[in-house]
Design a binder for this molecule. Structure first.
Ligand SMILES: NC(=O)c1ccc[n+]([C@@H]2O[C@H](COP(=O)([O-])OP(=O)(O)OC[C@H]3O[C@@H](n4cnc5c(N)ncnc54)[C@H](OP(=O)(O)O)[C@@H]3O)[C@@H](O)[C@H]2O)c1
Length: 306
């Protein structure tokens, strides 16, 4: 049966807002779950329910009559998804599809790695959903790996580009292809998954997929930035991935979770990392969902005010 009623848990957040907007635009009835007492503003065109993410009773009542859950809870509250998932998969639940708060690098590949220690909560939840779906033919999940948030990463410094100081940090040769998506593109992907779900066209039931706006190299992005800022000198800082990895692992072993960004940079940018999706692969999410690749120059121009 096709999906109509969709809950977005964390639909007020950085990614939750564009996902919610895409779902409203695609014609779904969207209910945003927000914490009791939250002052966040839900996107227009949605119903809003305040929930207690720790209370099964609160979640059970709020999920009644819903067809799908998209969880976009933030990085620091990934564990909060567990009761939500337990209620969604329980016997008698109306939820037919659960999209967990993945939306980053492919956590099916990070198990038993240093960065995987930080992402462990995401891995456990996908394991839980996989087991639940194996027992219940009426329930399915879809995991979406989007790589770096590109538009968001430009303004939040996670791509190594600083428009104030005109500095670019480049790992190794800068020629490794990496995995990146703009936030509205991820919204379109979520809407496409739910449009297919429960129909004969469904290609993502119980699958972990990779989608990408594009897979550029650091040098290609820097060249585009330089072309957009004629006459402006950009300082290039060269970083060595083996040194950055060693330093981050040492700090992580002492419990320093602020090492996520250097570990992520090495995971994506190091020479030979091999973590950009293969766009020719028939299992590439863009192909399964009919999504068109984007041009990184559009987000770069917006970031630079061009
Ligand atoms: N690939 C990347 O580059 C990248 C970058 C950032 C994030 N991510 C991933 O994207 C997903 C969504 O992240 P995001 O940055 O969009 O999330 P976010 O904006 O930090 O948070 C999303 C929502 O979580 C809700 N929330 C529930 N309990 C909370 C609590 N105890 N404290 C704070 N917020 C709480 C809040 O909604 P209410 O206030 O309405 O309850 C908030 O709006 C995560 O899986 C994250 O790891 C990926």
């Amino acid at each position: 049966m096709a999906i109509k009623n969709v809950v977005v848990a964390g639909g007020t957040g950085a990614l939750g807002t564009p996902i919610t907007n895409a779902l409203v635009q695609a014609g779904f009835n969207v209910t945003v779950f927000t914490r009791e007492g939250s002052t966040s503003t839900p996107p227009a065109g949605t119903s809003v329910k305040q929930v207690d993410y720790k209370s099964v009773d609160s979640l059970k009542a709020a999920l009644a009559g819903q067809d799908a859950v998209v969880s976009v809870l933030g990085s620091f509250v990934i564990g909060e998804q567990q009761p939500l998932a337990e209620v969604a998969v329980a016997p008698g639940s109306s939820i037919k599809r659960f999209i967990p708060s993945e939306f980053g690098i492919n956590t099916r590949k990070t198990r038993d790695t240093p960065i995987g220690k930080i992402l462990g909560g995401k891995t456990l939840l996908v394991d839980f959903l996989t087991e639940a779906a194996a027992k219940n033919p009426n329930f399915a999940w879809t995991g979406i790996s989007s790589g770096h948030f590109f538009d968001w990463g430009l303004t939040h410094g996670s791509l190594g580009l600083d428009a104030k100081t005109h500095t670019a940090t480049i790992y190794d040769s800068g020629n490794e292809r990496y995995h990146a998506s703009n936030l509205p593109f991820i919204g379109k992907a979520v809407a496409a998954v739910l449009r297919q779900a429960g129909t004969p066209e469904d290609k993502t039931a119980n699958k972990y997929i990779e989608i990408a706006s594009f897979t550029p190299t650091q040098n290609e992005v820097l060249a585009a930035v330089q072309a957009l800022t004629p006459g402006q000198e950009w300082t290039v800082v060269h970083a060595k991935s083996d040194e950055a990895q060693k330093d981050a692992e040492e700090r992580l072993s002492k419990g320093d979770y602020s090492t996520f960004l250097p570990l992520l940079s090495v995971w994506q940018f190091a020479d030979g990392a091999g973590h950009a999706p293969d766009q020719a692969d028939p299992a590439f999410g863009n192909k399964l969902l009919g999504l068109q690749a984007e041009d990184p120059k559009v987000a770069l121009a917006a970031w630079l005010g061009k």
